[in-house]
Design a protein. Structure first.
Length: 182
């Protein structure tokens, strides 16, 4: 169970998206790439991913991991049963590159540190772009397929933080939802 309250994560503008390197090579260990076996899947292209670290967080004295901090009107709370992995990755998107449609096993925070990124969600019938620029963040709760694209003429870099069950695959390729041309 993961609980992230409204503004509790507003200051934590970290993460989303793992992309694939090149044709069908997963971006990082712990990813599953179905695009090479099913034409309904999109392949990521034009990205370079670097796993910065992954660790398991657990409270050895209590099966229910819980951290809560309140400071003035700012509150943050992280709950997990029994533990969770936190993985951090740097992903560089070259101009015209994209991640392919995918999901995650838990919430993912993306921080755009340079350039401009455009995100699309599979449950949006109009495929409305969600644009984030350097210094802005995007939260994917991990439940629905989504895609990240660099639709500009300059590279973009993201720092991505994944909250996942211990040892879980961080990225799961998904079929094209049919609400966009990509």
């Amino acid at each position: 169970m993961y609980t992230f309250h409204r503004s509790h994560v507003a200051g934590c503008a970290i993460a989303l998206l793992i992309a694939c390197r090149g044709e069908s090579t997963p971006a990082v260990a712990g990813t599953r790439d179905a695009s090479s076996v099913d034409p309904h899947f999109t392949m990521g292209s034009g990205t370079t991913s670097t796993l910065l670290g992954r660790a398991t967080f657990i409270d050895p004295d209590d099966q229910n991991f819980k951290v809560k901090r309140i400071s003035g009107d700012w509150h943050v709370e992280i709950k997990s049963k029994p533990a969770f992995d936190l993985a951090v990755q740097s992903i560089v998107f070259q101009p015209g590159s994209q991640s392919g449609w995918h999901t995650h096993p838990g919430p993912v925070f993306i921080q755009v540190v340079s350039g401009t990124m455009t995100f699309y969600k599979s449950d949006d019938p109009t495929c409305t772009p969600i644009i984030r620029t350097a210094g802005q963040g995007y939260l994917d709760v991990g439940e629905l397929p989504h895609i990240a694209r660099n639709e500009t003429a300059t590279p973009a870099q993201n720092i991505v933080s994944y909250f996942a069950p211990p040892g879980a695959t961080l990225r799961i390729d998904e079929p094209r939802p049919g609400n966009g041309s990509f």
